[in-house]
Design a protein around this ligand. Structure first.
Ligand SMILES: Cc1cc2nc3c(=O)[nH]c(=O)nc-3n(C[C@H](O)[C@H](O)[C@H](O)COP(=O)(O)OP(=O)(O)OC[C@H]3O[C@@H](n4cnc5c(N)ncnc54)[C@H](O)[C@@H]3O)c2cc1C
Length: 338
């Protein structure tokens, strides 16, 4: 019997495996997709994510991010990260760095897909493999979450994300969030003549169509070579709890609100650390409180931002208000930074 089986080898799963290896646990990861795994993501790592990666000895190449700028037409509001630099990192670069670190730590990453689990008081059996604990890190549509009975009925807004890379020299060292009539465009400088553009919206329309909501941004991207579109969603995923017996959920599998604040990877890394601490202490139930603690501010801030901004009047006022109250905006950006 192994100590820990991690299902899903994205950022949450690989970070869990790295923490587990450090804690001396016998751990393996199941990830059916070949490295480096790509995903629809805004690719902005908040300063806390950069610090949590450094703690694991992972230092992916990218472009320094100094803060966040909200843009709506000619209006904008900008604030720095005060707690350090964030980083714009291509998703495949992040995955490759975490994957190499896992291999260097002698963690087996098996090309295997989870399908079923059963558990008793001492172990969990996953598709014939027995482990003392299982961490479900299999993303937004987690099969582990469903199998452990931890999913909750979907409710609320169904928002989707799409991402493309544009071969164009970055024009800023801040993450830009452009507010259009029905969508947000999240622009991240990635270095080496490239920016990532993630569009977040309730509308299911092609990327090029949604981009017309942002004339200034469209102009900057005009003529640039664009990568194919990757999509994800619906982003809002609810869970009724994060542990069931010896099964724990981390990252998007544990529940997700929205990508608007760009914190998914930072949260996944924090949850990975807490889940391993709970397993190493033989106290999986303690993870529930730790999960609440590390994700509370994200859940409150993201709900507070996403729900009201679906109303046109609130959308129109957001950037002028942020510009008019720079300290409040700076405080919010500071909170994101860590
Ligand atoms: C449009 C968009 C923009 C975003 N922008 C940002 C941003 O700028 N900054 C930020 O920090 N976060 C951002 N996020 C959030 C971030 O991408 C996620 O929070 C992060 O990827 C979570 O990592 P994860 O490891 O939990 O899930 P994933 O990265 O989804 O990894 C899950 C892994 O599990 C594997 N898997 C799935 N099913 C199975 C199975 N049955 N068996 C085994 N393995 C399985 C998958 O192949 C995958 O590799 C964004 C999200 C979206 C949708």
């Amino acid at each position: 019997m192994i100590d820990l089986l991690v299902v899903g080898g994205g950022p949450a799963g690989l970070a869990t495996a790295l923490h587990a290896a450090r804690a001396g646990l016998d751990v393996q990861v199941w990830e059916p997709r070949a490295a480096p795994v790509d995903k629809a993501c805004g690719e902005g790592l908040m300063p806390t994510a950069v610090a949590a990666l450094a703690e694991l000895g992972v230092d992916p190449a990218g472009a320094d991010l100094t803060g966040i700028r909200y843009v709506a037409g000619a209006r904008s509001a900008s604030a720095p990260f005060r707690s350090g630099l964030g980083r714009g990192v291509r998703r495949t670069t992040l995955h490759a760095a975490l994957h190499s670190a896992a291999l260097a730590a002698a963690v087996p990453v098996r090309p295997q897909r989870f399908s079923t689990l059963t558990q008793d008081e001492e172990s969990v059996t996953v598709d014939g493999v027995r482990a003392r604990y299982v961490v479900g890190a299999d993303g937004l549509h987690s099969a582990v979450r469903a199998a452990a009975g931890l999913g909750a009925r979907p409710a609320g807004l169904r928002r989707y994300g799409q991402r493309r890379h544009a071969r164009v020299a970055p024009w800023t060292d801040r993450v830009e969030v452009h507010w259009g009539p029905s969508a947000e465009a999240y622009v991240t400088p990635l270095g080496s003549g490239e920016v990532g553009v993630a569009l977040l919206t309730t509308r299911r329309a092609p990327f090029a169509h949604l981009l017309t909501e942002f004339p200034e941004l469209s102009e900057r991207l005009a003529g640039a070579q664009m990568s194919p579109t990757l999509g994800a969603g619906p982003m809002l995923q609810r869970t009724r709890a994060r542990t069931a017996g010896r099964v724990l959920l981390v990252g998007d599998a544990a529940g997700y609100v929205d990508a608007l604040t760009g914190e998914g990877v930072a949260l996944a890394l924090a949850q990975a650390r807490e889940a391993v601490a709970a397993c190493a202490a033989g106290d999986p139930v303690s993870y529930e409180g730790a999960w609440r603690r590390v994700s509370r501010r994200y859940r409150l801030l993201t709900h507070a931002l996403v729900l009201p901004t679906q109303l046109p009047a609130a959308r129109n006022r957001l950037v002028p208000l942020a510009a008019a109250f720079p300290r409040v905006f700076a405080g919010a950006v500071d909170a994101l930074g860590g």
